[in-house]
Design a protein. Sequence first.
Length: 256
Amino acid sequence: MPKYPGNFHGHPPITDEIFAILHAQGIAKGQVDPSLPLLSGLPGCPKYFRSGKNFINFDRGYFHHFLQDGSGESTHWRIVYNYMWHDHLGDFPDDRMKESKVPILDWQSGDKIAICAPDPYHCEIFGLNANRWIEKTSAEIRKYSDRPIVLNHRKVNPVREIYKDLHCVVTFHSNCWLHALMIGVPVITTCKHRKIGSIDQIENPPRDRSFIQNMFYKQWTMAQFESGQAWEEFCQLSKNSPANLIEDRCEYVYHE
């Protein structure tokens, strides 16, 4: 089995198994350079993302909080070319979303605005200053709303604990936007590769969840990896997503 660079970020042994499957399928079809790095999780991504080198990133699926096996581990996994996550674009059917039976709640009516801060790994990848982003985002929100603002982080005031009183979630790109939409909270994102709405819409944020079904077509089960279905769909997504163009992602890195 090839040796893969990057930090495995606490992923279970299934990581090695899926990597071996992807490597074998890609080489057999002439679609992968044997030296192409396969990374697991975010820690190994920054140096590749910012250098402009090609890589494939592997991580848990987008709904891993809801889709788990008996041990509490994710039943779905994502693979992305030259990026950390997929965008939300596309026009996929809703069959996989319905089959998952993941609960999608009615729209909520709250008062607070939650600002979801980017994680340190994301800040390193994008050259982003988290405190500066929070300050700028808060100031921009204050131009259009006097609602109370609560700072949200993955480990501090997680969305799933405060959603009952939320009017809207504002984030750079964090997957909390998916969680928020599923529990009925509108979202606004500022990352250009996951752009949803804009700050000037904060009092009347878009209430659109149609693209949730797209994300179910951007994650796969172990059986789908083994059959080759995941690899085929991954290759098609990599062709169509503008976020995976090296020139685009290199231009996007910035400092504040």
